[in-house]
Design a protein around this ligand. Sequence first.
Ligand code: HEC
Ligand code: HEC
Length: 403
Amino acid sequence: MKNNNIDIFLKQPRRGKTREAQLTPHKLRRSAVWGVARKATAAVWGGATVILILALLLASCRDRVEPPTPYDIPIPKGFPTILNIPADNPMTVEGVELGRLLFHDPHLCGYTGTEPDSLMSCATCHRQECNFDIGADNPRFPDGKARGRTTGKPTIHNVMPLMNLVFNHEGYLWNGLVSNENPNANQRTIEDIVRMAIIADDELCSTETRTVAAIKADSKYPPLFKKAFGTEEITMERIQKAIAQYVRSLVATNSKFDRYLQGLEQLTPQELHGYVLFTTEEGADCFHCHGSSGSPLFTTNLFYNNGLDAVPSDAHDRVSVTGDPHDCGAYRAPSLRNVTISAPYMHDGRFKTLDEVLEFYNAEVQNSPTISPLMHHVNDGGVRLTPNEIADLKAFLETLTDD
Ligand code: HEC
Ligand code: HEC
Protein backbone atom coordinates (compact mmCIF):
# COMPACT_ATOMS: atom_id res chain seq x y z
CA MET A 1 0.00 0.00 0.00
CA LYS A 2 2.47 2.55 1.26
CA ASN A 3 5.00 1.84 -1.51
CA ASN A 4 2.45 2.14 -4.32
CA ASN A 5 1.46 5.62 -3.17
CA ILE A 6 5.02 6.82 -3.09
CA ASP A 7 5.57 5.53 -6.66
CA ILE A 8 2.62 7.51 -8.02
CA PHE A 9 3.80 10.66 -6.24
CA LEU A 10 7.29 10.38 -7.74
CA LYS A 11 6.18 9.68 -11.31
CA GLN A 12 3.66 12.51 -11.78
CA PRO A 13 6.03 15.57 -11.84
CA ARG A 14 8.30 13.82 -14.33
CA ARG A 15 5.44 13.42 -16.81
CA GLY A 16 4.49 17.13 -16.37
CA LYS A 17 7.99 18.35 -17.23
CA THR A 18 8.13 16.41 -20.49
CA ARG A 19 4.87 17.92 -21.69
CA GLU A 20 6.00 21.52 -20.97
CA ALA A 21 9.26 21.08 -22.95
CA GLN A 22 7.26 20.29 -26.09
CA LEU A 23 5.34 23.66 -26.08
CA THR A 24 6.26 26.43 -28.62
CA PRO A 25 6.96 30.08 -27.37
CA HIS A 26 3.53 31.21 -28.74
CA LYS A 27 1.69 28.51 -26.98
CA LEU A 28 3.79 29.22 -23.93
CA ARG A 29 2.57 32.82 -23.66
CA ARG A 30 -1.04 31.70 -24.02
CA SER A 31 -0.62 29.09 -21.43
CA ALA A 32 1.12 31.43 -18.93
CA VAL A 33 -2.16 32.33 -17.19
CA TRP A 34 -3.19 28.74 -17.09
CA GLY A 35 0.31 27.95 -15.86
CA VAL A 36 -0.11 30.11 -12.76
CA ALA A 37 -3.50 28.59 -12.07
CA ARG A 38 -2.12 25.10 -12.71
CA LYS A 39 0.80 25.71 -10.37
CA ALA A 40 -1.53 26.90 -7.62
CA THR A 41 -3.72 23.84 -8.03
CA ALA A 42 -0.65 21.61 -8.18
CA ALA A 43 0.66 23.17 -4.97
CA VAL A 44 -2.67 22.46 -3.24
CA TRP A 45 -2.73 18.89 -4.55
CA GLY A 46 0.92 18.41 -3.71
CA GLY A 47 0.37 19.61 -0.17
CA ALA A 48 -2.67 17.38 0.17
CA THR A 49 -0.69 14.42 -1.12
CA VAL A 50 2.12 15.05 1.34
CA ILE A 51 -0.36 15.22 4.20
CA LEU A 52 -2.07 12.05 2.96
CA ILE A 53 1.23 10.23 2.79
CA LEU A 54 2.26 11.41 6.24
CA ALA A 55 -1.09 10.24 7.58
CA LEU A 56 -0.69 6.87 5.86
CA LEU A 57 2.85 6.50 7.19
CA LEU A 58 1.69 7.36 10.69
CA ALA A 59 -1.20 4.90 10.52
CA SER A 60 1.05 2.14 9.21
CA CYS A 61 3.54 2.79 12.04
CA ARG A 62 0.76 2.44 14.57
CA ASP A 63 -0.49 -0.84 13.03
CA ARG A 64 2.94 -2.37 12.54
CA VAL A 65 3.42 -5.48 14.69
CA GLU A 66 6.82 -5.60 16.31
CA PRO A 67 8.28 -9.08 15.64
CA PRO A 68 8.63 -11.05 18.89
CA THR A 69 12.05 -11.11 20.58
CA PRO A 70 13.95 -14.40 20.28
CA TYR A 71 14.28 -16.17 23.66
CA ASP A 72 17.74 -17.50 24.42
CA ILE A 73 18.12 -20.44 26.75
CA PRO A 74 21.32 -20.07 28.74
CA ILE A 75 23.29 -23.30 28.22
CA PRO A 76 25.97 -23.80 30.88
CA LYS A 77 29.21 -25.58 30.03
CA GLY A 78 28.78 -29.35 29.76
CA PHE A 79 25.03 -29.24 29.04
CA PRO A 80 23.74 -30.60 25.73
CA THR A 81 23.81 -27.86 23.11
CA ILE A 82 21.21 -29.42 20.83
CA LEU A 83 17.78 -28.39 22.04
CA ASN A 84 14.48 -30.18 21.45
CA ILE A 85 12.53 -27.33 19.86
CA PRO A 86 10.25 -27.95 16.84
CA ALA A 87 11.12 -25.82 13.80
CA ASP A 88 7.59 -24.37 13.66
CA ASN A 89 7.62 -23.08 17.25
CA PRO A 90 10.78 -21.07 17.92
CA MET A 91 10.91 -19.64 21.44
CA THR A 92 10.27 -15.93 21.93
CA VAL A 93 10.17 -13.75 25.04
CA GLU A 94 6.53 -12.88 24.29
CA GLY A 95 5.56 -16.52 23.63
CA VAL A 96 7.14 -17.73 26.87
CA GLU A 97 5.40 -14.98 28.86
CA LEU A 98 2.00 -15.80 27.32
CA GLY A 99 2.65 -19.50 28.01
CA ARG A 100 3.47 -18.74 31.64
CA LEU A 101 0.10 -17.00 32.10
CA LEU A 102 -1.84 -19.78 30.36
CA PHE A 103 0.00 -22.53 32.30
CA HIS A 104 -1.12 -20.97 35.59
CA ASP A 105 -4.60 -19.88 34.42
CA PRO A 106 -7.34 -21.95 36.12
CA HIS A 107 -9.70 -21.18 33.21
CA LEU A 108 -7.48 -23.22 30.89
CA CYS A 109 -9.77 -26.12 31.87
CA GLY A 110 -12.61 -24.47 29.95
CA TYR A 111 -14.69 -23.63 33.04
CA THR A 112 -15.47 -19.92 33.36
CA GLY A 113 -17.20 -19.98 36.72
CA THR A 114 -15.54 -19.30 40.05
CA GLU A 115 -16.22 -22.52 41.98
CA PRO A 116 -12.61 -23.34 43.01
CA ASP A 117 -13.04 -27.12 42.84
CA SER A 118 -14.19 -26.85 39.21
CA LEU A 119 -11.07 -24.97 38.17
CA MET A 120 -7.73 -26.50 37.22
CA SER A 121 -4.56 -25.38 35.50
CA CYS A 122 -1.30 -27.09 34.69
CA ALA A 123 0.03 -25.58 37.92
CA THR A 124 -2.52 -27.50 39.99
CA CYS A 125 -0.34 -30.58 39.46
CA HIS A 126 2.95 -28.97 38.33
CA ARG A 127 3.78 -26.50 41.12
CA GLN A 128 6.69 -24.14 40.67
CA GLU A 129 7.82 -24.40 44.33
CA CYS A 130 7.96 -28.20 43.97
CA ASN A 131 10.18 -28.37 40.88
CA PHE A 132 6.92 -28.28 38.87
CA ASP A 133 5.95 -31.59 40.45
CA ILE A 134 2.81 -32.26 42.51
CA GLY A 135 4.54 -31.84 45.89
CA ALA A 136 4.03 -33.80 49.07
CA ASP A 137 1.78 -31.03 50.48
CA ASN A 138 -0.48 -30.31 47.49
CA PRO A 139 -3.59 -28.46 48.76
CA ARG A 140 -5.83 -30.11 46.14
CA PHE A 141 -4.25 -33.57 46.37
CA PRO A 142 -2.89 -33.95 49.93
CA ASP A 143 -2.20 -37.66 49.36
CA GLY A 144 0.13 -36.73 46.45
CA LYS A 145 -2.10 -38.57 43.96
CA ALA A 146 -3.34 -36.44 41.05
CA ARG A 147 -6.91 -36.86 39.82
CA GLY A 148 -9.05 -35.57 36.96
CA ARG A 149 -10.84 -32.25 37.47
CA THR A 150 -14.48 -33.37 37.18
CA THR A 151 -14.07 -37.13 37.05
CA GLY A 152 -11.85 -37.64 40.11
CA LYS A 153 -10.14 -40.30 38.01
CA PRO A 154 -6.58 -40.94 39.23
CA THR A 155 -3.77 -40.35 36.73
CA ILE A 156 -2.11 -43.55 35.53
CA HIS A 157 1.25 -42.48 36.94
CA ASN A 158 2.75 -40.09 39.45
CA VAL A 159 3.15 -36.48 38.24
CA MET A 160 6.54 -35.69 36.68
CA PRO A 161 8.62 -32.60 37.39
CA LEU A 162 8.95 -30.19 34.43
CA MET A 163 12.61 -29.22 34.37
CA ASN A 164 15.25 -29.31 31.63
CA LEU A 165 12.77 -30.89 29.19
CA VAL A 166 14.31 -28.88 26.36
CA PHE A 167 17.47 -31.03 26.69
CA ASN A 168 15.57 -34.34 26.43
CA HIS A 169 15.54 -36.05 23.03
CA GLU A 170 14.69 -39.57 24.27
CA GLY A 171 10.94 -39.19 24.82
CA TYR A 172 8.57 -37.60 27.32
CA LEU A 173 6.34 -39.15 30.00
CA TRP A 174 7.45 -41.98 32.30
CA ASN A 175 7.37 -44.51 29.47
CA GLY A 176 8.66 -42.20 26.70
CA LEU A 177 5.42 -42.43 24.70
CA VAL A 178 5.68 -38.85 23.41
CA SER A 179 8.72 -38.69 21.16
CA ASN A 180 9.72 -37.77 17.64
CA GLU A 181 9.70 -41.49 16.81
CA ASN A 182 6.00 -41.93 17.62
CA PRO A 183 4.11 -42.94 14.42
CA ASN A 184 1.13 -40.95 15.72
CA ALA A 185 1.87 -37.34 14.68
CA ASN A 186 -0.21 -36.09 17.64
CA GLN A 187 2.09 -37.66 20.25
CA ARG A 188 5.52 -36.27 19.48
CA THR A 189 6.12 -32.96 21.21
CA ILE A 190 5.43 -30.94 24.35
CA GLU A 191 2.83 -29.11 22.24
CA ASP A 192 1.04 -32.47 21.95
CA ILE A 193 1.29 -33.06 25.71
CA VAL A 194 -0.41 -29.69 26.32
CA ARG A 195 -3.42 -30.78 24.26
CA MET A 196 -3.43 -34.25 25.83
CA ALA A 197 -3.43 -32.73 29.36
CA ILE A 198 -6.26 -30.31 28.50
CA ILE A 199 -8.62 -32.98 27.15
CA ALA A 200 -7.60 -35.96 29.34
CA ASP A 201 -10.34 -37.21 31.67
CA ASP A 202 -7.76 -37.70 34.42
CA GLU A 203 -6.37 -34.16 34.05
CA LEU A 204 -8.13 -30.92 32.93
CA CYS A 205 -11.25 -32.71 31.56
CA SER A 206 -11.92 -30.02 28.96
CA THR A 207 -12.46 -29.93 25.18
CA GLU A 208 -10.54 -27.83 22.68
CA THR A 209 -13.67 -25.73 22.02
CA ARG A 210 -14.34 -25.04 25.72
CA THR A 211 -10.74 -24.15 26.49
CA VAL A 212 -10.40 -21.80 23.51
CA ALA A 213 -13.71 -20.12 24.44
CA ALA A 214 -12.65 -19.66 28.06
CA ILE A 215 -9.34 -18.07 27.07
CA LYS A 216 -11.09 -15.85 24.48
CA ALA A 217 -13.45 -14.65 27.22
CA ASP A 218 -10.55 -12.98 29.04
CA SER A 219 -9.84 -9.56 27.49
CA LYS A 220 -6.21 -9.53 28.61
CA TYR A 221 -5.30 -12.23 26.12
CA PRO A 222 -5.87 -10.86 22.55
CA PRO A 223 -3.05 -8.26 22.79
CA LEU A 224 -0.74 -10.90 24.27
CA PHE A 225 -1.47 -13.35 21.45
CA LYS A 226 -0.77 -10.53 19.00
CA LYS A 227 2.60 -9.82 20.61
CA ALA A 228 3.54 -13.50 20.56
CA PHE A 229 2.06 -14.59 17.21
CA GLY A 230 1.40 -11.43 15.17
CA THR A 231 -2.41 -11.31 15.36
CA GLU A 232 -4.99 -11.39 18.12
CA GLU A 233 -6.45 -14.69 16.96
CA ILE A 234 -6.76 -17.26 19.77
CA THR A 235 -6.60 -20.89 18.64
CA MET A 236 -5.87 -24.21 20.29
CA GLU A 237 -2.66 -24.48 18.27
CA ARG A 238 -1.41 -21.14 19.60
CA ILE A 239 -2.33 -22.08 23.19
CA GLN A 240 -0.34 -25.30 22.79
CA LYS A 241 2.62 -23.49 21.27
CA ALA A 242 2.79 -20.78 23.94
CA ILE A 243 2.56 -23.24 26.85
CA ALA A 244 5.16 -25.51 25.23
CA GLN A 245 7.52 -22.52 24.91
CA TYR A 246 7.07 -21.79 28.60
CA VAL A 247 7.71 -25.42 29.58
CA ARG A 248 10.91 -25.41 27.50
CA SER A 249 12.07 -22.27 29.29
CA LEU A 250 12.12 -24.13 32.63
CA VAL A 251 15.75 -25.01 33.17
CA ALA A 252 17.60 -25.96 36.35
CA THR A 253 21.30 -25.24 35.94
CA ASN A 254 22.32 -23.28 39.03
CA SER A 255 22.72 -25.54 42.05
CA LYS A 256 25.43 -25.58 44.66
CA PHE A 257 26.97 -28.47 42.73
CA ASP A 258 27.08 -26.36 39.53
CA ARG A 259 28.84 -23.58 41.40
CA TYR A 260 31.28 -26.17 42.78
CA LEU A 261 32.05 -27.31 39.22
CA GLN A 262 32.61 -23.68 38.22
CA GLY A 263 35.03 -23.21 41.12
CA LEU A 264 32.73 -20.67 42.79
CA GLU A 265 31.77 -22.62 45.89
CA GLN A 266 33.25 -25.48 47.91
CA LEU A 267 31.41 -28.66 48.87
CA THR A 268 31.65 -29.84 52.48
CA PRO A 269 33.70 -33.02 53.10
CA GLN A 270 30.40 -34.86 53.68
CA GLU A 271 28.94 -33.67 50.34
CA LEU A 272 32.18 -34.52 48.53
CA HIS A 273 32.18 -38.00 50.02
CA GLY A 274 28.56 -38.41 48.91
CA TYR A 275 29.59 -37.38 45.40
CA VAL A 276 32.35 -40.02 45.37
CA LEU A 277 29.86 -42.68 46.51
CA PHE A 278 27.37 -41.55 43.84
CA THR A 279 29.91 -41.96 41.05
CA THR A 280 31.60 -45.24 42.03
CA GLU A 281 30.35 -48.76 41.32
CA GLU A 282 31.58 -50.11 44.63
CA GLY A 283 29.88 -47.14 46.34
CA ALA A 284 26.25 -46.17 45.71
CA ASP A 285 26.56 -46.83 41.96
CA CYS A 286 23.97 -44.24 40.84
CA PHE A 287 25.83 -42.49 38.02
CA HIS A 288 25.26 -44.94 35.14
CA CYS A 289 21.61 -43.95 34.95
CA HIS A 290 21.53 -40.62 36.79
CA GLY A 291 24.61 -38.83 35.38
CA SER A 292 27.45 -36.98 37.10
CA SER A 293 29.65 -33.96 36.46
CA GLY A 294 30.25 -35.19 32.88
CA SER A 295 26.50 -35.71 32.33
CA PRO A 296 25.06 -32.74 34.21
CA LEU A 297 21.37 -33.35 33.50
CA PHE A 298 21.67 -35.98 36.24
CA THR A 299 19.82 -38.41 34.05
CA THR A 300 20.55 -40.17 30.79
CA ASN A 301 16.82 -39.76 29.99
CA LEU A 302 16.91 -43.48 29.09
CA PHE A 303 14.67 -46.29 30.31
CA TYR A 304 15.59 -48.91 32.91
CA ASN A 305 14.01 -51.38 35.28
CA ASN A 306 15.63 -50.32 38.55
CA GLY A 307 14.31 -53.28 40.54
CA LEU A 308 11.27 -51.85 42.28
CA ASP A 309 9.21 -55.04 41.83
CA ALA A 310 9.94 -58.73 41.40
CA VAL A 311 6.84 -58.96 39.22
CA PRO A 312 6.13 -55.61 37.52
CA SER A 313 2.40 -55.26 36.88
CA ASP A 314 1.84 -51.84 35.25
CA ALA A 315 0.42 -52.09 31.72
CA HIS A 316 1.82 -48.63 30.88
CA ASP A 317 5.53 -49.30 31.38
CA ARG A 318 8.11 -48.99 28.58
CA VAL A 319 6.78 -52.19 26.93
CA SER A 320 3.57 -50.35 26.06
CA VAL A 321 5.68 -48.08 23.81
CA THR A 322 8.34 -50.42 22.37
CA GLY A 323 6.47 -53.74 22.43
CA ASP A 324 9.74 -55.29 23.62
CA PRO A 325 9.24 -57.69 26.56
CA HIS A 326 12.78 -56.90 27.80
CA ASP A 327 11.44 -53.46 28.75
CA CYS A 328 9.11 -54.94 31.36
CA GLY A 329 9.13 -52.68 34.46
CA ALA A 330 11.30 -50.05 32.74
CA TYR A 331 10.67 -46.29 33.04
CA ARG A 332 12.62 -43.17 32.26
CA ALA A 333 15.25 -42.40 34.88
CA PRO A 334 14.17 -39.02 36.31
CA SER A 335 16.72 -36.26 36.72
CA LEU A 336 18.02 -35.95 40.27
CA ARG A 337 18.24 -32.16 39.96
CA ASN A 338 15.90 -30.59 42.54
CA VAL A 339 15.13 -34.11 43.77
CA THR A 340 14.74 -32.87 47.38
CA ILE A 341 11.59 -30.96 46.35
CA SER A 342 10.15 -33.45 43.82
CA ALA A 343 8.34 -35.84 46.19
CA PRO A 344 6.57 -38.23 45.92
CA TYR A 345 9.00 -40.46 44.03
CA MET A 346 8.94 -43.12 41.27
CA HIS A 347 6.38 -43.66 38.47
CA ASP A 348 3.73 -44.65 41.00
CA GLY A 349 4.76 -42.24 43.74
CA ARG A 350 5.32 -45.13 46.15
CA PHE A 351 8.03 -43.34 48.16
CA LYS A 352 7.05 -40.18 50.04
CA THR A 353 10.57 -39.19 51.14
CA LEU A 354 14.13 -39.31 49.82
CA ASP A 355 15.04 -41.47 52.85
CA GLU A 356 12.61 -44.13 51.64
CA VAL A 357 14.17 -44.00 48.15
CA LEU A 358 17.68 -44.42 49.58
CA GLU A 359 16.51 -47.30 51.78
CA PHE A 360 15.15 -48.99 48.64
CA TYR A 361 18.44 -48.66 46.71
CA ASN A 362 20.33 -49.75 49.81
CA ALA A 363 18.53 -52.94 50.73
CA GLU A 364 15.17 -53.50 48.98
CA VAL A 365 16.09 -53.98 45.31
CA GLN A 366 14.03 -56.80 43.75
CA ASN A 367 15.51 -59.18 41.22
CA SER A 368 13.56 -60.04 38.07
CA PRO A 369 14.35 -61.32 34.57
CA THR A 370 14.20 -57.77 33.20
CA ILE A 371 16.09 -55.83 35.87
CA SER A 372 18.69 -53.52 34.33
CA PRO A 373 22.20 -55.07 34.20
CA LEU A 374 23.36 -51.73 35.62
CA MET A 375 21.79 -52.64 38.97
CA HIS A 376 25.08 -54.31 39.86
CA HIS A 377 24.28 -54.99 43.52
CA VAL A 378 20.95 -56.76 43.03
CA ASN A 379 22.26 -60.04 44.46
CA ASP A 380 22.86 -58.25 47.77
CA GLY A 381 19.42 -56.61 47.57
CA GLY A 382 21.11 -53.23 47.11
CA VAL A 383 24.29 -51.23 47.55
CA ARG A 384 24.53 -51.88 51.33
CA LEU A 385 25.98 -48.60 52.49
CA THR A 386 26.47 -47.75 56.18
CA PRO A 387 24.09 -45.22 57.78
CA ASN A 388 26.89 -42.62 57.62
CA GLU A 389 27.43 -43.25 53.92
CA ILE A 390 23.68 -42.94 53.28
CA ALA A 391 23.75 -39.59 55.10
CA ASP A 392 26.69 -38.46 52.93
CA LEU A 393 24.93 -39.57 49.73
CA LYS A 394 21.82 -37.63 50.78
CA ALA A 395 23.93 -34.54 51.55
CA PHE A 396 25.34 -34.72 48.03
CA LEU A 397 21.86 -35.10 46.46
CA GLU A 398 20.82 -31.96 48.34
CA THR A 399 23.53 -29.96 46.53
CA LEU A 400 21.66 -30.62 43.26
CA THR A 401 18.78 -28.32 44.22
CA ASP A 402 18.64 -24.98 42.41
CA ASP A 403 18.50 -21.74 44.38
C1 HEC B 1 -4.16 -33.74 37.18
C2 HEC B 1 -2.72 -33.49 37.23
C3 HEC B 1 -2.06 -32.91 36.01
C4 HEC B 1 -2.37 -31.75 35.35
C5 HEC B 1 -3.49 -30.79 35.66
C6 HEC B 1 -1.38 -31.60 34.33
N1 HEC B 1 -0.48 -32.62 34.36
FE1 HEC B 1 1.23 -32.78 33.27
N2 HEC B 1 1.56 -34.61 34.04
C7 HEC B 1 0.75 -35.24 34.97
C8 HEC B 1 1.17 -36.62 35.12
C9 HEC B 1 0.50 -37.65 36.03
C10 HEC B 1 2.28 -36.82 34.27
C11 HEC B 1 3.02 -38.12 34.02
C12 HEC B 1 2.14 -38.91 33.09
C13 HEC B 1 2.71 -40.27 32.72
O1 HEC B 1 3.90 -40.35 32.34
O2 HEC B 1 1.97 -41.22 32.76
C14 HEC B 1 2.49 -35.53 33.61
C15 HEC B 1 3.51 -35.29 32.68
C16 HEC B 1 3.70 -34.10 32.00
C17 HEC B 1 4.77 -33.82 31.08
C18 HEC B 1 5.91 -34.76 30.69
C19 HEC B 1 7.16 -34.44 31.49
C20 HEC B 1 8.33 -35.30 31.11
O3 HEC B 1 9.43 -35.07 31.65
O4 HEC B 1 8.19 -36.19 30.30
C21 HEC B 1 4.57 -32.56 30.61
C22 HEC B 1 5.41 -31.81 29.61
C23 HEC B 1 3.37 -32.06 31.24
N3 HEC B 1 2.87 -33.00 32.09
C24 HEC B 1 2.82 -30.81 30.98
C25 HEC B 1 1.59 -30.41 31.45
C26 HEC B 1 0.93 -29.20 31.00
C27 HEC B 1 1.49 -28.21 30.02
C28 HEC B 1 -0.27 -29.15 31.65
C29 HEC B 1 -1.37 -28.13 31.47
C30 HEC B 1 -1.92 -28.05 30.13
C31 HEC B 1 -0.34 -30.30 32.53
N4 HEC B 1 0.80 -31.05 32.36
C32 HEC B 1 -1.36 -30.55 33.41
C33 HEC B 1 -0.28 -34.67 35.67
C34 HEC B 1 -0.88 -33.47 35.36
C1 HEC C 1 19.77 -48.90 36.35
C2 HEC C 1 19.58 -47.49 36.37
C3 HEC C 1 19.47 -46.79 37.72
C4 HEC C 1 20.37 -46.77 38.75
C5 HEC C 1 21.72 -47.48 38.81
C6 HEC C 1 19.83 -45.92 39.75
N1 HEC C 1 18.61 -45.44 39.35
FE1 HEC C 1 17.45 -44.15 40.36
N2 HEC C 1 15.98 -44.39 38.98
C7 HEC C 1 16.09 -45.15 37.84
C8 HEC C 1 14.81 -45.24 37.20
C9 HEC C 1 14.50 -45.98 35.92
C10 HEC C 1 13.92 -44.55 38.04
C11 HEC C 1 12.41 -44.42 37.83
C12 HEC C 1 11.83 -45.78 38.19
C13 HEC C 1 10.34 -45.83 38.32
O1 HEC C 1 9.70 -44.82 38.56
O2 HEC C 1 9.79 -46.93 38.19
C14 HEC C 1 14.69 -44.01 39.12
C15 HEC C 1 14.18 -43.19 40.13
C16 HEC C 1 14.96 -42.60 41.11
C17 HEC C 1 14.48 -41.60 42.02
C18 HEC C 1 13.07 -41.00 42.04
C19 HEC C 1 13.07 -39.69 41.31
C20 HEC C 1 11.69 -39.11 41.11
O3 HEC C 1 11.62 -37.91 40.80
O4 HEC C 1 10.68 -39.83 41.21
C21 HEC C 1 15.53 -41.26 42.82
C22 HEC C 1 15.53 -40.22 43.91
C23 HEC C 1 16.65 -42.06 42.40
N3 HEC C 1 16.26 -42.87 41.37
C24 HEC C 1 17.89 -42.01 42.98
C25 HEC C 1 18.91 -42.94 42.70
C26 HEC C 1 20.09 -43.09 43.50
C27 HEC C 1 20.42 -42.24 44.70
C28 HEC C 1 20.79 -44.12 42.95
C29 HEC C 1 22.06 -44.74 43.47
C30 HEC C 1 21.94 -45.27 44.81
C31 HEC C 1 20.04 -44.59 41.80
N4 HEC C 1 18.90 -43.87 41.70
C32 HEC C 1 20.45 -45.60 40.95
C33 HEC C 1 17.23 -45.74 37.36
C34 HEC C 1 18.38 -45.97 38.13
